[in-house]
Design a binder for this molecule. Structure first.
Ligand SMILES: CC(C)(COP(=O)(O)OP(=O)(O)OC[C@H]1O[C@@H](n2cnc3c(N)ncnc32)[C@H](O)[C@@H]1OP(=O)(O)O)[C@@H](O)C(=O)NCCC(=O)NCCS
Length: 211
């Protein structure tokens, strides 16, 4: 698997603010690229985001505030703002053949000064079942540790979300315990969550970045 990052992928000057710098990843069967201004003027993309919000698994475990076109536009604007401020690295996962939306992945600072970040992901049904979330998470994790001041990245998922648990394990995010009734999910109820984390000092525990 060849995972190529764009030319903006460079280690950060430690004296610079701890911003995420826009980059893209080529995973072969998928491309990760920052949500862009072009998405806001794409009827197809807006329709795909509305459809993603309606998917039952996404609506349950990773609700998207993109239920209609104005909401999708507002959400896209928040993605830009996150990149512009360096607070949030939010990627569209796209089919390289036709640009069709496959999913999304976001890395955001929880405590920027402390190097603590959190990652989340969702895939549309057609893109599931081929390990794509793990490969995307592994690529972005390696990039974040290499190019930003990320020291610790967390994944939290509802205990009942076994696919997400497997993704975390596959990417070397070690289990650290169960958070009780820690987050209200799409069904409107609070669920216990597993907390997983990876440290920049951990041995490469995930999938190989450049096998
Ligand atoms: C979580 C999600 C991104 C994983 O997508 P994916 O990359 O296609 O995952 P895969 O189907 O390749 O499965 C990953 C692993 O979970 C396992 N798995 C998948 N569905 C499972 C299920 N229902 N129960 C138990 N294990 C499951 C697979 O066997 C695989 O295991 P392996 O790594 O040991 O081979 C996808 O299911 C999704 O978008 N879910 C809805 C949104 C969501 O839950 N986001 C995460 C919020 S924390």
């Amino acid at each position: 698997m060849n995972i190529a990052a764009s030319s903006t992928d460079h280690p950060q000057d430690p004296s610079e603010p701890r911003a995420f710098v826009r980059t893209t990843f080529d995973l072969g069967d998928a491309v990760l690229r920052p949500w862009g201004r072009e998405d806001a003027v794409s009827d197809a993309m807006l329709a795909e985001l509305v459809a993603a919000a309606a998917d039952p698994l996404i609506a349950l475990w990773n609700p998207l505030p993109t239920n209609d076109r104005p909401a999708a536009l507002a959400w896209l604007e928040s993605r830009h703002a996150g990149w512009d401020s360096g607070a949030n690295a939010s990627f569209a996962v796209l089919d390289p053949a036709d640009g069709v939306l496959l999913g999304g992945l976001s890395l955001r600072w929880v405590d920027r000064a402390d190097g603590l970040a959190m990652i989340g992901y969702w895939l549309l049904p057609a893109a599931r079942g081929r390990g794509l979330a793990a490969r995307a998470t592994n690529a972005v994790t390696a990039w974040a540790f290499r190019t930003s001041a990320a020291r610790r990245i967390e994944i939290a998922h509802a205990v009942g979300n076994e696919a997400s648990c497997r993704v975390a394990h596959r990417c070397g995010y070690l289990p650290e315990g169960t958070l009780r009734a820690s987050h209200r999910f799409g069904d409107g109820t609070y669920h216990d969550e597993h907390l997983h984390a990876r440290l920049s000092t951990d041995a490469e525990g995930g999938l190989p970045v450049n096998p």
